[in-house]
Write a protein that binds this ligand. Structure first.
Ligand SMILES: [Zn+2]
Ligand SMILES: [Zn+2]
Length: 281
């Protein structure tokens, strides 16, 4: 798979210092990619409520515009954004999408409405100690995933999202505290979500960033297989790299999973139409 469609640079608050736009592009070329989407974080609620540092949107736009020129003929660079929690501030999220000519918009849910980022819910020493996954029963954790699915359904009503990223983001943090989730409990809701994604033309992303530490992909292979059985054909792949060395990491595993689910190609909607990539190349 010669595309990595979700990566971060120094412009993301959690981007590593090595992750300059140049370094990310050079790494993508070194790894034989033809397409790289740079999708720095804009957690719209977090910016407005002062929870996350603000993305320097002008700076990243300028840097990616320059890189598109510098790497023309070597690498197709997609100027993207990982837009977090769009439905919590739809007016401001809409204004962002109207202001910049994004090639690809990832719809992301790092926190539920009026609830901390799942990251903080796995860290007793976190800045927001109010809700801890480790204090919750399985029912409590399942109730959170029920909310994830409901808010993901709402996110699909926000026009302009091309890809639903890391649908099972909370799974990462549940694994970090040594617990597991049973997604079979959510089959009906997942199916409803997938039918709506298909209707809206939104792709499901396979995110490999959690293979090293948590030993899972987001979502799991089982969920991807269900999506495929529901008729889902738009599928993307992402390292979610925050460092140049991690670009396209574990894409061999991703290819195996996608092939086993019956996918033969990636098909990724963008502002300029659907891009396709063979999985076995
Ligand atoms: Zn994310
Ligand atoms: Zn990301």
């Amino acid at each position: 798979m010669r595309a990595d469609l979700h990566t971060h640079t120094i412009y993301s608050f959690d981007g590593r210092p090595e992750a300059t736009v140049d370094a990310m592009c050079r790494s993508a070329i070194d790894k034989g990619l033809t397409h790289l989407a740079i999708t720095d974080h804009c957690d719209i609620n977090g910016e407005l409520e002062g929870i996350y540092p603000i993305l320097d949107k002008e700076a990243v736009f300028a840097a990616i515009s320059a890189a598109k020129k510098a790497y023309a003929g070597q690498l197709h660079i997609l100027f993207g954004v990982e837009l977090g929690q769009a439905t919590q501030y739809p007016k401001e999220a809409r204004a962002l999408l109207e202001r910049y000519p994004y090639d690809i918009v990832l719809g992301s849910l790092h926190n539920l409405a009026k609830t901390p980022d799942f990251y903080y819910m796995s860290r007793p020493d976190g800045e927001i100690p109010a809700m801890q996954l480790s204090d919750m029963s399985d029912d409590g954790i399942n109730a959170l995933f029920d909310r994830v699915l409901r808010e993901s359904m709402d996110l699909l009503d926000f026009e302009g999202i091309h890809v639903l990223t890391h649908l099972t983001y909370m799974h990462r943090y549940v694994r970090r505290i040594g617990r597991e989730m049973d997604f079979s409990l959510f089959e009906d809701q997942l199916k409803a979500l997938f039918f709506k994604m298909i209707e809206k033309g939104v792709a499901l992303e396979l995110n490999t960033s959690t293979l090293d530490r948590e030993g899972i992909t987001m979502p799991t292979a089982g969920i991807l297989a269900l999506y495929r059985r529901c008729g889902g054909r738009l599928v993307s792949v992402a390292s979610d790299a925050h460092h140049p060395d991690r670009i396209a990491q574990h894409f061999d595993t991703a290819a195996e999973i996608l092939t086993a689910c019956g996918f033969t190609e990636l098909a990724v909607p963008t502002a300029n139409g659907i891009l396709t990539f063979q999985i076995d190349s």
